[in-house]
Design a protein. Structure first.
Length: 243
């Protein structure tokens, strides 16, 4: 993935894979890319919304502005940066997007004809290999309310905080993760961050395995869900079904 990034050709892809997905991590990603602190402070002063800050930061990085670090402006650099900042779903999305736009390799000449190999004796009969049976994921392991609360407190820093609960609030209500009154509170908050905080509080107030399972299902499958929502769903599954 050593594709050299170009601001005119590739900014729309970065919009879909990074700017729209994890705008709240614009400063962390900027630090990882090598931005000087004063450059990030200027971006923060110039823009109010995280998406605008993320877009300006990436635009300056692609243009190799002063104080934006000396890392190669490649897909691999961004992929590694996203992984280092716990943005694995967004890194994989970026990887898929650039695989799609890679040009087909040039046609290769046909190899010269090779002589047929001499006849080989038939090998002796071999016993059939045992049938591979994939491991079955059993029922969720029992978790105490305190274990669930600890998991949610940790996830608030790395996953819930950056997902988009407001986009799937009606799906959360239909999935019995939240009730109508809680959904209406989400309707009235002015930002995604506040909606995410409400979801964290609702889950923390009902620390039950069944509620977490329902939340994971909605976060993964809702029509309007996002890559960061799916990342949180995967963390819930790993917590409930440890290998």
């Amino acid at each position: 993935m050593e594709t050299e990034l170009n601001i005119d050709a590739h900014l729309p892809i970065l919009q879909r894979c990074i700017i729209d997905q994890v705008p709240g991590k614009w400063e962390e990603i900027g630090i990882q890319l090598g931005f000087q602190s004063n450059k990030l402070e200027n971006i923060s002063d110039n823009w109010n919304r995280p998406k605008e800050r993320m877009k300006d930061m990436l635009r300056q990085w692609l243009r190799r502005g002063n104080g934006t670090g000396d890392k190669p402006r490649t897909v691999q650099t961004l992929f590694d940066t996203l992984e280092d900042r716990s943005c694995r779903p967004e890194a994989e999305l970026l990887q898929r997007e650039f695989r799609v736009i890679q040009p087909n390799p040039p046609n290769q000449p046909n190899p010269p004809n090779q002589p047929n190999p001499p006849n080989q004796p038939n090998p002796p009969n071999q016993p059939n290999p045992p049938e591979h049976i994939p491991p079955q994921r059993g029922p969720a392991r029992e978790k105490t309310p305190q274990e669930i609360i600890v998991f949610l407190d940790q996830s608030m820093q790395s996953h819930i905080k950056f997902c988009d609960a407001r986009a799937i609030r009606f799906d959360l209500e239909q999935g019995n993760v939240i009730n109508k009154g809680q959904r209406e509170r989400m309707d009235n908050v002015p930002s995604v961050d506040e909606a995410n905080t409400l979801l964290y509080q609702y889950l923390r107030n009902d620390p039950a395995v069944e509620t977490l399972q329902s939340a994971a299902s909605v976060l993964k499958d809702a029509p309007n869900t996002t890559g960061t929502n799916k990342g949180f769903a995967r963390e819930i599954v790993k917590f409930l079904f440890p290998q």
